[in-house]
Design a binder for this molecule. Structure first.
Ligand code: CP
Ligand code: NVA
Length: 312
């Protein structure tokens, strides 16, 4: 079913209904098929997109730039050393100026308030390409990848091991519970998802029929996992925590033993990337046939194109 999402921003998946997310995923599969068939139709011809980056990026930047450019649009990359991003000019003023010149804005940075202010003051769709709190476009690619492998999201058990309170883990919790995927976090107590998000997602889970489990127990948590997911132990901006995280998270490394402990022979491994091999995942697991990380990375582009097609 098609939904009219024109003019909508994507700041967090909390703002999208399960039906709207499902529609974006269907559009993503369509866009991927079209690209495979060489069927590009210049749907962004004459359009402009501002790409604001306070933090580094490979996948997100390249996904937005190539998806927009190959459909005839003109993306403009602007790092925080290029423009005033709250430095000499308020973010509200920057937003109003960009809104006069661009058809949409992507922001990657630290504070969620920045991306929210851009959306409020620019008057054009704004996409959150990662903040300290959320990474919604990543989760669309993850859900798309799970659909490709298993043909469904409902009844699938996705287990996240590691820093369970970071932007990716929090956004996965939201996305999975909205769409009926069981979500387990295995993490030490201090790195488990915040209570407020868990309480909110319990409400989503009631509607979708998914289950949430938060545990420190690796063996209990991984049992029957269809998907084992991890992310870096130290997110961008938290570098001073490196030593403590490495010590704390060592028991939560995804290795072959953890993959085997699922008790299934078709469990897949996922990671948003970039990965620090030898920390959150071993070389053997990420390079194994169970690893879907390259499909997942490619799907960033298709899902991001779908979001832009739906909203611009
Ligand atoms: N997964 C992800 O967001 O990758 P980048 O940091 O390279 O954009
Ligand atoms: N949690 C990671 C995700 C990188 C895509 C970070 O914020 O650095």
């Amino acid at each position: 079913m098609a939904f009219n999402l024109k003019g909508r921003s994507l700041l967090t998946l909390k703002d999208y209904s399960p039906e709207e997310i499902t529609f974006l995923l269907e559009l993503s599969h369509q866009v991927k098929r079209e690209r495979r068939a060489g069927n590009l139709t210049q749907r962004f011809l004459g359009k402009t997109l501002a790409l604001l980056f306070e933090k580094r990026s490979t996948r997100t930047r390249c996904a937005f730039e190539t998806a927009f450019g190959e459909e005839g649009g003109h993306p403009v990359f602007l790092s925080s050393s290029d423009i005033q991003l709250g430095a000499k000019e308020s973010i509200e003023d920057t937003a109003r100026v960009l809104g006069r010149m661009f058809d949409a804005i992507q922001f990657r940075g630290f504070k969620q308030e920045m991306v929210e202010a851009l959306a409020e003051y620019s008057g054009v769709p704004v996409y959150n390409g990662l903040t300290d709190l959320y990474h919604p476009t990543q989760i669309l690619a993850d859900l798309m990848t799970v659909q490709e492998v298993f043909g469904r999201l409902k009844g699938i058990k996705l287990v996240y091991a590691g820093d369970g309170r970071n932007n990716v883990a929090r956004s996965l919790l939201i996305g999975c519970t909205k769409l009926g995927t069981d979500y387990t976090v295995i993490a030490p107590e201090t790195l488990q998802p915040d209570r407020e998000t868990v309480a909110l997602c319990r409400e989503y889970a009631k509607q979708s029929g998914s289950k949430i489990e938060v545990t420190t127990d690796v063996a209990k948590g991984v049992k029957d996992a269809n998907v084992l997911y991890t992310d870096v132990w130290v997110s961008m901006g938290e570098e001073e925590k490196s030593k403590e995280r490495l010590e704390m998270l060592r028991p939560y490394q995804v290795d072959e033993k953890m993959m085997a402990a699922t008790g299934k022979n078709d469990t897949i491994f996922m990671h948003c990337l970039p990965a620090v091999k030898g920390n959150e995942v071993t070389f053997e697991v990420i390079e194994s046939t169970a690893s879907k990380v390259w499909d997942e990375a490619e799907n960033r582009k298709h899902t991001i194109k779908a979001v832009m097609l739906a909203t611009i």
